[in-house]
Design a binder for this molecule. Structure first.
Ligand code: NCD
Length: 425
């Protein structure tokens, strides 16, 4: 089966670092035509790219600086200490992130339930979650299943032998005899690396306490890129406001580091004083040509941002009952967004939103605002996590050729409100 035209076009725009408008201009077609070529197959307005346009795109890429070198050099590779593990975003370069995203693009028809593959048939994933999780655990499991594998789960300490005092080393080694990959979430920073050192099967960090959450950062960046491509922006030069608990929030630690692989970003870090971004992360971002501003003034911090990335206060990680400066004014809601954000500002959140009294992270009154990208983020978790598995287990080149049509019927939009975003791809 030929590579899908959407994958080819997205890859080309990524490699040339062009927005849709610039790219449409470069290949001499209207922006509208390009949009219809980028829509998923099966959507009413999608169109097939004429062969001649496809040839022209290929020619442009060949002539691009380092065209040939690029194809050879940029293999999607994920390795930690020489072995296949995903523990930190520090393992990535800009090129290897983008190569991974190319694999994720190729997974889209499967994630959208149009196609199926069995490339991981027979493989078993062990999902070990020693901390609360809904989307990370289920989406890793679903991603593995959609590649044709099967999943074994364990949740919490209470029902695992760790409650009997078993070490990480023993647990990891034992599970390695049962499964072909290990996804681990654990409350201690550095613990998932300990799992990885005790096994030769791939280990993925699904959150190690306040440390990192690399797969979340990858799906966040993937979402930012896709949304930016639609609204005519590129990641270089973007203004990103990160809001909330930047001290204990592992998603922002990983995302800030990953974004710093790009050029000329402005980071506005908005948090109560006691929950500021750790110095180690700030130092790492500061190595690039980025501007970093820190503030506890939410309204001022959101001004001019291309992306507002809100986070939950990680109450489970510290004892203080009250956090100075964390008042109801610290909530991102429709009124605030309408008054300080632009029509194209993306509002993101790794979820869960804390909806309990006293929690102010992200209001539900934005649910019908197309700037709210939270469910596009969660949806993107599937192709990105499929890509991570495919690369770690070395089957990424087999996926394209293995795809068959899905036999069952699924709804055109998975959420009742998703039609509002029709054509948003
Ligand atoms: C986050 C986490 O667990 O770090 N959730 C997630 O995986 N999407 C964010 C959070 O719990 O606040």
């Amino acid at each position: 089966m030929a590579v899908q035209q959407q994958t080819v076009l997205r890859d080309a725009m990524r490699r040339l670092n062009m927005t849709r408008d610039t790219f449409a201009n470069r290949i001499g077609v209207s922006r509208r035509a390009l949009d219809t070529w980028l829509l998923p197959d099966g959507s009413p307005e999608s169109r097939t790219m004429p062969e001649i346009a496809g040839r022209y795109v290929a020619e442009i890429l060949e002539r691009a600086p380092n065209g040939e070198e690029y194809t050879q050099r940029v293999q999607a590779s994920i390795a930690f200490e020489g072995r296949s593990h995903l523990l930190s975003v520090d393992q990535f370069s800009r090129d290897s992130v983008e190569a991974l995203f190319r694999v994720a693009d190729a997974m889209q028809p499967i994630a959208r339930r149009q196609k199926i593959t069995r490339v991981l048939e027979g493989a078993v994933l062990a999902n070990l979650f020693f901390e609360a999780s809904t989307r990370t655990r289920v989406s890793f499991g679903a991603a593995f299943c959609r590649l044709g594998g099967s999943v074994c789960d364990t949740t919490g300490f209470t029902f695992s032998s760790m409650a009997k005092g078993e070490s990480i080393y023993d647990t990891s080694r034992v599970i390695s005899g049962y499964a072909d990959a290990l996804v681990v979430r654990h409350p201690e920073q550095g613990s998932v690396a300990e799992f990885a050192r005790a096994t030769n099967i791939p280990v993925i960090n699904a959150g190690d306490g306040p440390g990192e959450h690399p797969s979340q950062a990858l799906l966040d960046l993937y979402t930012i890129q896709r949304e930016f491509s639609r609204i005519g922006k590129i990641v270089d030069g973007a203004h990103i406001a990160m809001v909330g608990d930047l001290k204990y929030g592992r998603t922002v630690h990983s995302l800030a580091k990953l974004l710093s692989l790009y050029r000329g970003l402005k980071f506005t870090l908005v948090s109560p004083r006691s929950l500021e971004m750790p110095d180690t992360i700030l130092e790492q971002i500061a190595r690039g040509d980025h501007v970093i501003e820190q503030t506890s003034d939410l309204r001022a911090g959101l001004e001019g941002a291309d992306v507002v990335y809100a986070t939950r206060i990680q109450k489970e990680r510290f004892a203080d009952e009250s956090i100075e400066g964390y008042t109801p004014d610290f909530q991102i809601n429709q009124a605030l967004v309408n008054s300080v954000c632009g029509p194209d500002t993306l509002i993101m959140h790794p979820l869960p939103r804390d909806g309990r009294p006293g929690a102010n992270d992200l209001a539900t009154d934005l649910n019908h605002d197309s700037r709210l990208a939270i469910f596009r983020q969660t949806d993107n978790g599937i192709p990105v996590r499929m890509a991570i598995f495919a690369v770690l287990l070395g089957v990424e080149h087999q996926v394209q050729h293995s795809m068959r049509d899905a036999a069952w019927r699924s709804p055109a939009y998975v959420g009742p409100d998703d039609a509002v975003f029709h054509g948003i791809d």
